[in-house]
Design a protein around this ligand. Structure first.
Ligand SMILES: Nc1ncnc2c1ncn2[C@@H]1O[C@H](COP(=O)(O)OP(=O)(O)OP(=O)(O)O)[C@@H](O)[C@H]1O
Ligand SMILES: [Mg+2]
Length: 303
């Protein structure tokens, strides 16, 4: 493996305490080499976003170390962390929405503004980034006046504006149709190939995961060697370990589940299964659910 850009040692993340304590990561050791593309895969709640937030220095671990370019980051203050994130990382996160009332160009150049780059240079570099994503003609549009795929391309333009060494993408194609997903994926892997930008991608999409040079499988906050699922997760009549037992292509397509009410075996897509699993975890009413990990409104903007 190339020299690691990111390393972790015994990374532990515990949310809450006492009765509400939840151990989201239980001792993660990993190395991510420069120029790698790494998929973080696992079912909903397995700790993927938590791990991504810690690797991206958006949140601090309860125990353990994240090192960037060989340098442990635990002792850095908020200002240093902000600067480091802003200069080294690009973010393609769905929760980092574009600011609706600002233009596409203003959205893309925000990290440069944070870094104190003068306006004329911001504009030049912003247009250059938009050019790469074939979005330069939309530079003056309001961010709201774009299609989903166009918004995602603007988010990618913003992620690469600072010439980052790592791009973190959390479900980068989650809300896109398959044709637009392909465009967005091709852009991300093109940046990886042509510019050597390291990619860390959280995804439920097995095809996208397989395009990465390596897959990290998370089960209940731990890295496992293969994507096994506990048998209790799988309804009778369905394959016990759909990813493990079938070729990736077939596994990505469908899943057989037993309808609990009728006992009828039905075939549904993996995407629907993931959606149902997600819905099952939804709170019965708003406000009861644990708050999501704190993240800034904009990448690099706040600690
Ligand atoms: N701020 C928080 N407080 C309490 N629990 C949390 C918090 N953030 C996450 N969790 C819990 O930690 C576990 C891991 O959450 P995480 O968001 O990392 O899952 P994930 O693998 O990204 O899931 P998904 O695929 O649904 O996005 C979940 O059980 C979640 O409920
Ligand atoms: Mg997540």
């Amino acid at each position: 493996m190339a020299a690691p850009v990111l390393e972790t040692e015994n990374l532990v993340k515990i949310y809450g305490r006492g009765d509400t304590r939840f151990d989201a990561l239980k001792g993660i050791n990993l190395e991510i080499g420069k120029g790698e593309s790494v998929a973080v895969v696992g079912k909903s709640g397995s700790g993927k976003s938590t791990l991504m937030h810690l690797l991206a220095l958006l949140d601090a671990p309860t125990h353990g170390v994240v090192a960037l370019e060989g340098r442990p980051t635990g002792d850095l203050g908020a200002k240093e962390l902000n600067e480091l994130r802003n200069s080294a990382f690009g973010f393609v996160f769905q929760q980092f929405f574009l600011t609706p009332n600002q233009s596409v160009l203003e959205n893309v150049t925000l990290p440069l503004k944070i870094a104190g780059v003068p306006a004329s240079e911001r504009k030049r570099r912003g247009l250059e980034a938009l050019e790469q994503l074939e979005m330069a003609d939309k530079a003056d549009n309001k961010a709201t006046d774009l299609s989903g795929g166009q918004k995602q391309r603007v988010v990618i333009a913003r992620a690469l504006i600072n010439d980052p060494s790592v791009i973190f993408a959390d479900e980068p194609t989650g809300n896109l149709d398959s044709a637009t997903s392909k465009v967005v994926e091709d852009i991300l892997f093109g940046l990886n190939r042509d510019k050597g930008i390291t990619l860390v991608v959280v995804t439920h999409d097995e095809d996208l995961a397989q395009r990465c040079s390596r897959q990290i499988y998370l089960v209940d906050g731990q890295i496992v060697p293969s994507p096994e699922k506990p048998a209790s997760d799988v309804a009778p009549g369905s394959p016990a370990h759909p990813w493990a037992q079938q070729p990736a292509e077939a596994a990505a397509e469908t899943l057989q589940v037993t309808e609990p009410a009728t006992g009828e075996v039905v075939t549904i897509s993996q995407a629907d299964a993931a959606e149902i699993a997600r819905a099952a975890q939804e709170p019965p009413r708003p406000g009861k659910h644990a708050a999501p990990a704190p993240t800034p409104e904009q990448p690099g903007a706040t600690a």
